[in-house]
Design a protein around this ligand. Structure first.
Ligand code: ZN
Length: 172
């Protein structure tokens, strides 16, 4: 009886030991979409896509009175992202790409991808989120590939340092 209790206690301790680091590793990033104009819903959709695919970081709308990690804007240029460090920066939902027919949720998820530490990889593949405008205009995949999601989980799981960056989607 006593040994059974000791065994149960040990199982409990081991369970805590495994569960605690995983919970502590989840980082919440707050984004401010209040200046995204007609794209607020699309920005929220981009955040939800990432939240459904990664476990070490979450994108949440910024609560009142708190300063955001990420600011999202809309303008008439090309979509682009300026990062200051992993998880921090600002991005633009550029109407040039939307007007050319690129799928807005894919643009939003792609720009969040830069904030989450992913560079552009112009593979031309629609199955890659970070292929951006190198994939056909008709591409409506807004989900990161399993490799892209795993990379984001690894970056936030290890809190690696990512240098500031600038990424533009202007087709060259
Ligand atoms: Zn990009």
């Amino acid at each position: 009886m006593m040994w059974r209790r000791v065994a149960a206690a040990l199982v409990f301790v081991f369970a805590l030991g495994w569960a605690t680091p995983a919970q502590a590793a989840v980082r919440v990033l707050y984004y401010d979409a209040s200046q995204a104009q007609e794209f607020v819903a699309v920005v929220n959709q981009g955040a939800q896509i990432w939240n459904s695919r990664v476990s070490n970081v979450r994108l949440e709308p910024v609560p009142a009175g708190r300063s955001p990690n990420i600011r999202v804007y809309a303008d008439n240029g090309w979509p682009r992202t300026y990062t200051t460090s992993l998880g921090n920066g600002r991005w633009y939902m550029g109407r040039d790409a939307v007007n050319d027919g690129y799928y807005p949720p894919r643009i939003a998820a792609h720009e969040f991808g830069h904030i989450l530490g992913l560079p552009d990889r112009r593979t031309g593949l629609c199955s890659d989120l970070m292929s951006g405008s190198s994939a056909p205009v008709s591409c409506t995949n807004a989900n990161p590939s399993s490799t892209e999601a795993a990379t984001v989980n690894r970056l936030f799981g290890t809190s690696v340092s990512v240098p500031a960056g600038y990424f533009t989607e202007r087709a060259s």
